[in-house]
Design a protein. Structure first.
Lengths: 300, 351
């Protein structure tokens, strides 16, 4: 009997209801439903309807908005441009953000850390439109950089620094680098420094210790920061609109045109669904590839 | 601290009290709702005058409240609201958007002249067959230019294509801006057989490259003021509003004529305050209101009886001879082709 009692596994505690802690997530869940699920659901529904059901009860289901997307290569080109701008912005943000985040995470001086943190966060206290206009005053033909170059005689005329993808990416990187840095700092800060020291004690130089130890352990931060910056970049509207001129045409710009100027909610909805679907595919692929580097596990 | 326990009797008393309040108060609340006029209006200097003077005076005169939406774009919000309870009672937009709205049944196709007495005093262009509703003001789209760049004052729309202006000329993102759309039609007229000659317009647009394009007139103003652009398509109001500020910019009226940028008011068919909506349009056409706004933002008034001060009178389009120079575009025609035009111009202007 005593043996039977000893070998019988303890009964699992019965869950009589949701944990009180779980209820704290309810407001966030509600916000997610109200501000993402419902709007996206409505947008997706509109993309399959022949008209506006609010005005016309006789609307029917149709695929014509998606057929329109496939009918002209300009739409596909704008999707590619959107993803390209997203990739480049993410990569440059990572290259700029990683060393800064590493420096912040390893800084022992509290004052120094606070100063760096302020420097990273300070630009976020200004609106995106203001920051973009600031870049315009720097990069435009009559801007600070071109005026200086011309006055020094280094160029005959203004160099084309904006109204193209270059200017767009520069402004986007400036806007989104803080998101990358803040995400990476948290992850790198939690990596035990002694692991790196152990690698060096075993003969690895600084670079190799970083490549073999710190970098793999910081992959979750790279993934999270990259996804955040990528998502923000491909959905950016104001900056590509102001900095890109006629050279840049992204899907968010097309969506705005359809909603705000052509008043075609169905096609705008279809473009939104396509952008989300393609972005999710890219995110899954990125997650998969990065997971392999991290040891065969999926990371998010 | 006085504590009262909740008893069944007290609860019933409170409930009865609330029910009585609701029964007697509801008509008053409904009445208050019925006297609210929902409109759209612009921001900036126009919005300041409207919210500071014009709308409070109307509210006082008619014992109502005016809810003014300044958050553009208005049409998608109107599209999303029920037809029998629209988000706006009076829609103020440019003419191209009114034509889109009338096709979708979002605004009425004709205003009731008996309910808006001031309609009889407007210039014919303000209620022409190119307008849905009534144009309460217009500005004139022509060419703005810098006076400090040694440029001759433009005399023709063709002057914008001057090779010397490569990279220094400005226009609009045609898919999102009606000035850009109107300019495209004008190119068809200048270089082709008419405003509907799109092939000629596309060819002329190609010849304007490199051109800096903006999404709204405020940005074009800034581009001209900062010398980012030396000559650009803009309405007269966007230049004249800097009168007296010593900015080296001026407005040129091309010999082929200027394009009317009409400020149009119209009523939504489902409005529950039709009388008040008509009264508002009539009020906006009143000579004293027209004078205040015309001189505040340099818009040409539609009412023939408006007497402007000398400096405004000299420049704005407020006589039969002057308004004859205004060219009105066929926005119904344009809107029907907008998607194809957007695709074509995007290809022309990219790269």
């Amino acid at each position: 009997m005593a043996e039977a009692v000893a070998t019988t596994p303890l009964p699992r505690p019965r869950h009589v209801g949701m944990s009180p802690i779980a209820w704290l997530a309810a407001p966030a869940l509600l916000l997610f439903v109200i501000f993402f699920v419902l709007p996206f659901g409505t947008m997706a529904l509109f993309s399959f309807l022949s008209g506006n059901p609010v005005a016309n009860p006789n609307v029917t289901f149709t695929l014509r908005h998606y057929e329109r997307f496939l009918s002209d290569s300009l739409y596909f080109e704008s999707l590619v441009a959107t993803l390209r701008i997203g990739f480049v912005t993410t990569l440059v943000s990572l290259l700029i953000g990683y060393p800064l985040a590493h420096w912040m995470a390893r800084m022992h001086s509290r004052v120094g850390h606070a100063m760096l943190l302020m420097a990273v966060i300070a630009p976020m206290l200004t609106g995106i439109v203001v920051r973009t206009f600031a870049w315009m005053t720097l990069l435009q033909d009559s801007g600070v950089i071109n005026t200086t170059l011309v006055s020094l005689g280094w160029t005959d005329g203004p160099v084309r620094l904006m109204y193209n993808e270059f200017g767009t990416v520069v402004a986007l990187v400036h806007i989104y680098v803080p998101y990358m840095v803040l995400t990476l700092t948290g992850v790198i800060g939690r990596i035990d420094e002694r692991l790196e020291q152990a690698a060096r004690n075993l003969g690895a130089n600084r670079f190799r210790a970083f490549i073999e130890v710190t970098l793999p352990l910081s992959l979750p931060g790279i993934l999270a920061g990259s996804l955040l910056v990528f998502a923000l970049s491909i959905s950016a509207y104001v900056t590509p609109f102001l900095m890109g001129g006629t050279d840049v045409l992204t899907l968010p710009m097309l969506i705005y045109q359809q909603v705000g100027s052509s008043f075609n909610l169905g096609f705008a909805g279809a473009l939104g669904v396509i952008l989300l679907a393609v972005s999710l595919l890219v995110v899954f692929a990125y997650n998969h590839v990065l997971g392999r580097f991290a040891g065969g596990e999926k990371m998010a | 601290m006085l504590r009262k326990s909740v008893t069944r009797r007290r609860l019933m008393k409170t409930g009865a009290g609330l029910a009585a309040m609701a029964a007697f108060g509801a008509p008053a609340i409904l009445h208050a709702q019925a006297r609210t006029l929902k409109i759209t209006t612009w921001g900036g200097k126009w919005g300041e005058i409207m919210k500071g003077e014009v709308l409070p005076a109307f509210e006082k005169e008619h014992g109502c409240t005016v809810q003014a939406d300044q958050a553009f774009p208005f049409v998608p919000k109107l599209q999303a609201s029920p037809r029998n309870d629209p988000i706006y009672d009076v829609l103020h937009t440019n003419s191209n958007e009114q034509w889109k709205c009338v096709v979708e049944g979002l605004v009425v196709d004709k205003l009731d002249a008996r309910a808006i007495p001031n309609l009889k005093d407007v210039y014919p262009y303000a209620v022409s067959d190119k307008i849905v509703g009534v144009s309460i003001f217009t500005s004139a789209i022509g060419l703005g230019y810098r006076t400090d760049k040694g440029l001759a004052k433009p005399t023709s729309w063709k002057d914008l294509a001057d090779p010397k202006l490569a990279g220094q000329r400005g226009g609009y993102l045609i898919p999102v801006n009606s000035l850009g759309q109107a300019h495209l039609m004008m190119l068809g007229k200048i270089y082709g057989k008419g405003f509907d000659d799109l092939d000629a317009a596309y060819k002329a647009l190609e010849a304007l490259k490199p051109i800096k394009l903006y999404d709204f007139t405020g940005q074009m103003e800034k581009a001209l003021l900062s010398a980012e652009v030396s000559v650009g398509v803009i309405h007269d109001s966007g230049i004249y509003r800097y009168d007296g500020t010593n900015q080296p910019v001026d407005f040129a009226i091309p010999s082929e004529g200027v394009i009317a940028l009409e400020q149009v008011l119209n009523i939504t068919p489902g409005t529950r305050v039709k009388e008040l909506a008509n009264a508002y349009i009539d009020y906006m056409l009143r000579p004293d209101v027209q004078k205040k706004l015309a001189e505040g933002v340099w818009y040409s008034p539609s009412n023939t009886k408006v007497k402007l001060d000398a400096k405004y009178d000299a420049r704005l389009f407020n006589t039969p001879e002057k308004v004859a120079k205004l060219i009105q575009m066929d926005w119904k025609w344009y809107n029907e082709r907008k998607d194809d035009i957007d695709l074509r111009v995007a290809r022309i202007l990219r790269g």
